[in-house]
Design a protein around this ligand. Structure first.
Ligand code: SAM
Length: 260
């Protein structure tokens, strides 16, 4: 029998549960899906609701929240596009955060992870898998509506350009959010990670008012989470920041400088 636990709702989302455990704060998402586990995560109930551990070592979004990300987070009832959904590890948690009335359009290019994503989608009714190439938004334009947010984790040299092309086609002008898991080692060896970060921030700031980027070490070497909101510029960033972190205090293991 699965244990019943108690969670504190995160200020970032009522569907994101926090639980203190030993020396760290655990993240849990209230699930929209049915068991079994997607990637070995733990499941538990609390007050009749079911939650799953959202593991920083398995998801860059969870790692960013653990590292103090205060930028946009998918919210209940929203529609998001996910570029590079792979087999659904993070995508299933994004779908959890969007809740039963939200929708996640989960794009993946490679057949093998896409086949596993299809299996996850059978148990997550709000996750809509799309086989396609993020470099060709026209190719799936008829299946994706205007969205409230785009989350990208494609680990490609042109990841920022590809996100911007999708933003121009699908992102809501009023407050639409961009969140990019930036793998700097995929962007060329000629520049230091922080130089890649600055270049990405410059390019993305043409579309959105940026939140403070967070470095994902020690979970992901030379990765950052970068992003922000459209429309109301810097004030939108401030409102994201004022919402406070998904994790109320950084767990000791996670205490590092937010920026290099
Ligand atoms: N986001 C996943 C997670 O956290 O569970 C991991 C994603 S993995 C780092 C990158 C994925 O992006 C791979 O599955 C790869 O096939 C996919 N990808 C790479 N280039 C792509 C493209 N142009 N269009 C769509 N997917 C792409």
């Amino acid at each position: 029998m699965r244990p019943a636990l108690s969670f504190t709702a995160s200020p970032a989302s009522p569907r994101l549960g926090l639980r203190e455990r030993r020396d760290r704060m655990e993240l849990w998402t209230e699930t929209v899906g049915r068991p079994p586990a997607v990637y070995g995560e733990r499941w538990a109930s609390a007050d009749g609701r079911w939650f799953r551990t959202f593991e920083p070592a398995r998801s860059k979004l969870a790692a960013a929240l653990a590292r103090g990300w205060v930028g946009p987070v998918p919210l209940a009832g929203e529609r998001w596009l996910y570029l590079g959904a792979a087999s659904g590890t993070t995508a299933s948690h994004v779908a959890d955060l969007l809740g039963p009335s939200g929708r996640l359009y989960a794009l993946e290019r490679s057949l093998r992870p896409f086949a596993r994503l299809l299996v996850v989608a059978e148990r997550w009714p709000n996750l809509l898998p799309i086989l396609g190439d993020a470099r060709d938004p026209e190719g799936y334009g008829d299946r994706v509506p205007l969205v409230d947010g785009i989350y990208a984790d494609v680990a490609q040299p042109d990841q920022v350009a590809l996100v911007l092309a999708n933003a121009r086609m699908f992102l809501n002008d009023r407050g639409g959010a961009l969140v990019v898991a930036l793998k700097t080692s995929s962007m060329g060896r000629g520049l230091a990670p922080v130089a890649h970060l600055r270049a990405a921030e410059d390019a993305l700031s043409e579309e959105v008012g940026l939140a403070t980027s967070v470095r994902l070490d020690p979970f992901y070497r030379s990765h950052y989470l970068v992003g922000g909101r459209r429309g109301s510029g810097r004030s939108a960033v401030r409102s994201d920041r004022s919402r406070a972190s998904g994790v109320r205090r950084p767990a000791r293991r996670f205490v590092r400088r937010a920026r290099p």
